[in-house]
Write a protein that binds this ligand. Sequence first.
Ligand code: TRP
Length: 336
Amino acid sequence: MTTPNPTPSRRRSLSGIKSTGHPHLGNYLGMIRPAIALQETHDAFYFVADLHALTSERDPVAMRQQTYEITATFLACGLDPQRASFFRQSDVPEVTELAWYLSCVTAMGELERAHAFKAKKDEGTDGAAVHGLFAYPVLMAADILIYDAHVVPVGKDQIQHIEMTRDWAQRFNHHFGETFRIPDAMVQKEVMTIPGIDGRKMSKSYDNGIEVFMPQKKLKQRVMQIVTDSTPLEAPKDPETCNVVALYKYFATEDELAEMKAKYRAGNYGYGHAKLALFEAIDRSLGPKRAEYDRLMADKGELEAVLREGARKAREVAFDVLGRAREKVGFHRRPV
Ligand code: TRP
């Protein structure tokens, strides 16, 4: 009855990113960059969470476009499709089946506490929230468990979902016998919250993001829009509370950062100067990747090929883990 967990030689890292809006620097620093770095040491599986995007995205053209943007962003930032598997969530239908099994060990009360739904409840709009939003954490748990993931590199906002995933995996294992590997979240400690141009957390829902590969001119305009206080040019300024410095630290060298902080404290250094330095640092880091991004976006053929090959590799694992779960609940392993 029991099929032992095959222990792959490398630990597996798994993560997804929802395809709504354009990827921004918060996504890049919090998830995309650390996830890509893991391909050196891990068997990396990353996907575009288009099923999750469908909870709010009703425009099929935008859906397709955003999927390509995310794929091109990962590739331009260094994801190597020879080593890592990159795919569309919706290309692995096994995951929706596993979500159902998990649904059957999930309490309504747990989902009511999940932050996206709870926000709707607090607003009083939960009655109109779609069921897909309510069930969002269950599908996310299926995403993680179906690939036998060891680690899940995510932004801080996803920690609650990973905790739920662990709970449900343990509960399922408890009821039906050892089935799922219990995953760990991996959060970039030093990249806890990236401020958006208005100083609040950079988020698609606040429309305060700086897109990773916006054209150079637009990037400059966007950086110039970062909100600062009205301290006059001559006066000394506090670098520790400034949104510009908060972003600069991720793109500047240590020396450059120290230099900017010193200039803030000395006075006669305006926010305009700081923003220009920030723009230059971002552009220096992302500019060369932008050319590759533009090349990939100009011809979707290469992106499609990567997504298909990724889905093929992902489905092999998913099929196997789903078969394990099916046997455990008293169904049978489907023939290949
Ligand atoms: N919820 C994540 C986001 O909003 C996307 C996601 C879906 C995900 N499934 C996942 C992340 C599984 C990590 C693991 O971006």
